[in-house]
Design a binder for this molecule. Structure first.
Ligand SMILES: NC(=O)c1ccc[n+]([C@@H]2O[C@H](COP(=O)([O-])OP(=O)(O)OC[C@H]3O[C@@H](n4cnc5c(N)ncnc54)[C@H](O)[C@@H]3O)[C@@H](O)[C@H]2O)c1
Length: 354
């Protein structure tokens, strides 16, 4: 088992990575409990219960299991209200404990509920997707979506511990693997030279390395005042694509978060190239890292560049401006005030219509 400390001044915690890490949940919760009557609410999804990942976990404290529906539409204020009311029904109070047991959707929702229920209770995340293990469950960003956009309502609220159980990944559908690989590609690219070494590690070392990379950034900038924004590399376009999905209903592109990130990473390279910030070999490096992780990175056909630019202006980082995380002579950095004409033309070069 790998143990990676997240050494935040006010709320340090550990991330455990390895086969069977979920079995540490009971001892951790008992360690956090103030007395034997401490209650636990485990928020999860039916798919996780059906896969049997909860059935052999010994909690050792009074607990309830609350399931939420799957899919981004369930990452909503409505779900949050329903859960909070279920917590009241279960008699949960301020000293009790919450667990988010699932993928990034569950850990984001459970973390946000923990941040606001009784003005904040402690929680532990058990991450069961590659994406949640390398990214979503680490760092205390919690949020839900609005119809107008992804993750628009949220809070910074750190977990008391995170368990990344690589055994649970044995039931992960193939498409969810590629979603997680989208974020692994991001870490590899953020590393710059030597990034490809991340791809050669075995699974639990790869997860551990990504967690350590994220922990280092989060410790230096918990509230995203600076460097933490770099973790959004590839995410500006990704969030625009996901917003199209949220708005479109049945006409949706059907992209998963990590797939959208893979497209966003390639676009970030193409845009940096069009701006003269990087040379062709670095664009090739982006393609090679994505390809090495079996990711495609192609923009779905039929998208309007102007509409995408409008959506990207709405991005939380943008501050009414067109802001991207881009590679360049000083490495990957935040670039503000981009000319929409260049952004549109890079999108068109990737196949968007005007
Ligand atoms: N908070 C952050 O810093 C952060 C970072 C990145 C992404 N996110 C968020 O994470 C979410 C995406 O997370 P995700 O990709 O994990 O998706 P997800 O949580 O929706 O899970 C994907 C699918 O896999 C299923 N599943 C989960 N674990 C399984 C297992 N072990 N076996 C079988 N099936 C399993 C789920 O039921 C679901 O159908 C997005 O909402 C995104 O915004 C948050």
């Amino acid at each position: 088992m790998l143990t990676i400390p997240v050494m935040l001044d006010a709320s340090p915690y550990e991330v455990l990575v390895g086969h069977g890490a979920r079995h540490h949940l009971g001892p951790i919760l008992r360690g956090l409990s103030t007395n034997s009557s401490t209650k636990v609410a485990i928020i999860t999804e039916a798919a996780i219960v059906a896969a049997g990942w909860l059935s052999d976990v010994e909690i050792g404290l009074e607990h309830v299991v609350l399931t939420i529906p799957g899919g981004e539409a369930a990452k909503s204020l409505e779900t949050v209200e329903h859960l909070c009311r279920q917590l009241v029904d279960a008699g949960m109070s301020r000293g009790d404990l919450l667990v988010g047991f699932g993928g990034g959707l569950v850990t984001d929702v459970a973390g946000f509920v923990a941040a606001i229920y009784h003005r904040g209770i402690r929680y532990v995340s058990v991450a069961t997707t590659l994406l949640a293990q390398v990214d979503a469950a680490i760092g205390g960003k919690t949020a839900v979506n609005l119809p107008e956009g992804k993750n628009l309502v949220g809070a910074f609220w750190q977990p008391s511990a995170v368990l990344c159980d690589t055994e649970t990944l044995t039931t992960l559908p193939p498409r969810e693997w590629s979603c997680g690989r989208g974020e692994v590609a991001k870490y590899a690219l953020l590393r710059g030279e030597g990034g490809r070494e991340l791809l050669d590690l075995d699974l639990h070392e790869q997860v551990g390395a990504c967690v350590a990379d994220k922990a280092m950034v989060v410790v230096g900038d918990e509230r995203e005042q600076g460097r933490r924004a770099l973790l959004n590399y590839g995410h500006t376009l990704a969030h625009a694509l996901e917003t199209i999905d949220l708005e479109a209903g049945e006409q949706a592109l059907g992209l998963r978060h990590g797939e959208a990130v893979a497209i966003g990473l390639l676009f970030a390279a193409e845009l940096a190239f069009d701006l003269g910030r990087i040379e062709e070999p670095r664009v090739h490096e982006h393609r090679a890292i994505l390809g090495g992780l079996d990711l495609d990175g192609h923009l779905p056909s039929g998208l309007s560049a102007s509409h995408l630019v409008d959506l990207m202006r709405r991005d939380k980082k943008a501050d009414h401006d067109l802001t991207f995380i881009l590679d360049g002579p000083n490495g990957i950095e935040v670039v503000n005030g981009l000319d929409p004409t260049i952004v549109r033309s890079s999108l068109e070069r990737m196949g968007a219509t005007p």
